[in-house]
Design a protein around this ligand. Structure first.
Ligand code: TPP
Ligand code: SF4
Length: 341
């Protein structure tokens, strides 16, 4: 009997509730239910933290770290970059972590985790595993050099990036993961190209793949079962591993706190956030889009994109974002041959 710990690829779930995307634990066998459904989950990130209502980062971290705890029988050390996750969980002198947890600086989480993993190896504690985690600013910008070094040396660390597409902890500044056209505190919605620039973009999952590391995956809080499975799979592998999790941020995105999961799902179903796994630089698994939606359905509920829906200039921005989504769909073969499934 396979379970979530041993299933080698995404298990096929039957969607009895047609018309919804519910992946309720009741629909699958007890052995395959999620870590979070288990009464003996570790609650590594427990109650009392100060995250906003509907915070995707808090949700993603809870599932990811508990899955890593399950995979390592609790023999885990977590290194955290500066950012919302660090700040809302550890207002001195309190902590919401029930795991060995370290914070050093904004940009050095990957390097600190490398040192922790090396120390455990030298001390002979080979059963103790290390993860590092941070936001998109700490990962794709300021910590990027340390991260690339960790990849290139194939250090025995799983790095998890919680991508809320903005520097949130310091007040919604643009990062290199901010989508084009998004309004942030540093990219106002004014001028001939309102919001963030339509640049070339920066896909850290693809950059991680270019290092040829053993495992790279993208994940979303819209499919927490899949996130758990990917963390558990990553912890079964040694060497450098990277998981990039899409985590909506109601405060920074100007979205309703009850819309976090719906928006995360629309990002996937529109093609803007492709879900895939790669091993040694080769894509091995993609999550097909079940029912393709136009990008407008994802953008419109978010105030950071409100200016796209009030003018002809805005409509051109929506069309350009649609082209980006379509490019992802073609690149990762996100639709079955016949189109929508
Ligand atoms: C060297 C340095 N520069 C700037 C800061 C200020 N700072 C702390 S957290 C943060 C933003 C974090 O953004 P991100 O990594 O995206 O995480 P989020 O808060 O969005 O989860 C910044 C700019 C710092 N602590 N150290
Ligand atoms: S600002 Fe965003 S990332 Fe930070 S705690 Fe609030 S919802 Fe979460």
């Amino acid at each position: 009997m396979t379970d979530i710990l041993t299933a080698p690829v995404a298990q096929k779930l039957r969607f009895y509730q047609k018309g919804t995307f519910t992946v309720g634990n009741r629909l699958i066998s007890e052995q395959e239910r999620s870590v979070q459904a288990s009464i003996d989950r570790s609650n590594a990130l427990t109650c009392g933290h100060r995250a906003c209502q509907g915070c995707g980062e808090a949700l993603g971290a809870r599932y990811a770290v508990d899955a890593a705890m399950r995979a390592t029988a609790g023999q885990l050390i977590a290194v955290n970059a500066t950012g919302c996750l660090e700040v809302f969980t550890t207002p001195y002198p309190e902590t919401s972590w029930q795991v060995a947890w370290l914070h050093s600086l904004f940009g050095n989480a990957a390097a600190v985790a490398t040192g922790v993993a090396a120390a455990m190896r030298v001390k002979g504690h080979t059963e103790v595993r290390t993860i590092a985690q941070g936001g998109d600013g700490g990962t794709t910008d300021i910590g990027f050099g340390c991260l690339s070094g960790m990849f290139e040396r194939n250090d025995d660390v799983l790095y998890i990036c919680y991508d809320n597409e903005v520097y949130m902890n310091t007040g919604v500044q643009r990062s290199s993961a901010t989508p084009p056209a998004a309004r942030t505190a540093t990219t106002p919605a004014m001028g001939p190209e309102p919001g963030n620039v339509f640049g070339t973009g920066k896909s850290v999952p693809k950059i991680a793949m270019a290092h040829g590391i053993p495992y790279v995956a993208t994940a979303t809080v819209a499919d927490l079962h899949d996130l758990e499975r990917k963390v558990i799979k990553a912890m079964s592998i040694h060497g450098a591993r990277y998981i990039h999790v899409h985590v909506p941020c109601p405060l920074g995105w100007g979205s309703a706190s009850h819309d976090t999961i719906r928006l995360a799902r629309l990002a996937v179903e529109s093609g803007l956030f492709p879900i895939f796994e790669a091993e040694q630089g080769i894509v091995t698994n993609t999550r097909k889009i079940r029912r393709k939606v136009p990008v407008g359905e994802y953008l419109q509920p978010q105030k950071r994109f409100a200016h796209l829906f009030t003018s002809e200039l805005g409509a051109q921005g929506v069309a350009k974002l649609q082209a980006l989504a379509d490019r992802n769909i073609a690149e990762f073969h996100l639709l079955d041959q016949d189109g929508d499934v």
